[in-house]
Design a protein around this ligand. Structure first.
Ligand SMILES: Cc1cc2nc3c(=O)[nH]c(=O)nc-3n(C[C@H](O)[C@H](O)[C@H](O)COP(=O)(O)O)c2cc1C
Length: 265
């Protein structure tokens, strides 16, 4: 075929386009599992230490983290319906991006907006650590709220009674160093362990105290010590917990799961 032929030029362009698009498609298919693994590693970093499956002070390798992550039952919760959503992919669902999506996010009525969020995702990824017999060992729930200067992100792990705090972490915030950012201190977060969210009649009692919680006092079971010089951030954390564990947050789901777990026993 003549080199100047328009048909030959067209064929060259067509073959080049086909080869390039096949390469791009192959790359997407090959890289997808790697990308998903990276997403899982990133998420698991903050969650894994709340599972109770890692020794304190030990940093697991990426492979170990992925293994623990895969052993958990990770679901997407429809918060208002208090039931799981099986259509959204728990591995790729991004709760932060969902907030401003018209279908995935929802405005929070001002009178319910304890955590001063304005909007939230309708859905949350939740993480269930299961015992060998398949029953719930721990439930890890994401929380976030507005602090003095920034949005504070954390996870709360509950024991199987769905009330006692097994572990808590605040892993992202931009409060003032030395003041509000004390919420990141491991010693302060360690105080949360064993505290309860609700009292025996189901009232939401958890709070960050404005001083020191005296052992044996009536608030001992439900409160942690204040952060020195940072009452504003401490109050924001209290408000965040009250929002997420209240009727506009996880409360209905926790009640339903409690009924389901005790029914199975
Ligand atoms: C520049 C500046 C930054 C501050 N940052 C924080 C903060 O991140 N979190 C906080 O709770 N209080 C912060 N405060 C202090 C609050 O204004 C407030 O005085 C404090 O929360 C009261 O806590 P206290 O009752 O323990 O003293 C800051 C104050 C100043 C002047």
């Amino acid at each position: 075929m003549n080199n100047n032929s328009p048909i030959k030029a067209f064929l060259v362009v067509l073959v080049t386009a086909l080869v390039c698009s096949s390469l791009v498609s192959a790359a997407v298919v090959i890289l997808r599992p790697i990308q998903l693994n990276n997403q899982m590693v990133e998420r698991s970093r903050n969650i894994i230490k709340l599972t109770g499956l890692v020794q304190q002070g030990v940093t697991p390798s990426d492979e170990e983290m992925l293994e623990i992550y895969r052993e958990m039952d990770v679901r997407i919760l429809d918060i208002d319906q208090a039931m799981f959503n099986d259509e959204l992919d728990p591995l790729s669902f991004n709760q932060r991006k969902a907030v401003n999506n018209p279908e995935l996010g929802v405005d929070i009525p001002t009178d319910q907006d304890l955590a001063a969020l304005g909007r939230r995702s309708r859905y949350a990824p939740i993480y269930m650590v299961l015992k060998d017999d398949g029953r719930l060992d721990r439930l890890i729930l994401p929380v976030h709220g507005t602090g003095m200067w920034s949005t504070i992100y954390g996870y709360i792990a509950l024991e199987s009674d769905l009330n006692t705090i097994a572990a808590a972490t605040f892993y992202e915030q931009n409060e003032t160093p030395g003041l509000g950012d004390q919420i990141m201190r491991p010693e302060w977060q360690a105080q949360w362990v064993g505290r309860r969210i609700y009292d025996e009649v189901g009232d939401l009692r958890f709070a960050v105290n404005h001083g020191k919680v005296e052992p044996g006092s009536s608030t001992w079971l439900y409160e942690v010590d204040a952060l020195t010089g940072a009452t504003v951030t401490g109050d924001a954390v209290t408000a965040m917990i009250r929002y997420w564990f209240g009727p506009d947050g996880y409360r209905d789901f926790l009640d339903a799961l409690n009924r389901q777990e005790s029914g199975e026993r």
